[in-house]
Design a protein around this ligand. Structure first.
Ligand SMILES: [Zn+2]
Length: 97
């Protein structure tokens, strides 16, 4: 990774801190590193209600993201999925379904 890349990373990390979204919510921002089609897939996976056949576990989603190079913790994903993260404390967006 070049210095430029590192600096960009630091810059986006400090932007993220100002944001009211949690790390998972940031995947759905317009400037997300995650491509739009992957955002849709991730959103669907996260929002699948408990008990639905084929529902992917939180650990499974986090594993898939990490495998693709997106750093996220089980705890962050858990909080977001349970709608107990900063995304849902601030606004109800994407909370329906
Ligand atoms: Zn969140």
């Amino acid at each position: 990774m070049s210095l430029q890349d590192r600096l960009n990373e630091v810059a986006s990390a400090s932007t993220a801190k100002k944001s009211k979204l949690c790390k998972v919510g940031l995947f759905f921002e317009p400037d997300s590193k995650l491509p739009k089609e992957d955002q849709d897939v991730l959103f669907a996976a996260i929002e699948t209600p408990t008990g639905t056949p084929g529902r992917i576990s939180t650990v499974g989603i986090v594993y898939a993201l990490r495998t693709e190079g997106y750093e996220i913790s089980n705890a962050s994903m858990d909080r977001h999925r349970a709608k107990k993260c900063s995304c849902f404390l601030v606004t109800a967006r994407k909370a329906s379904k």
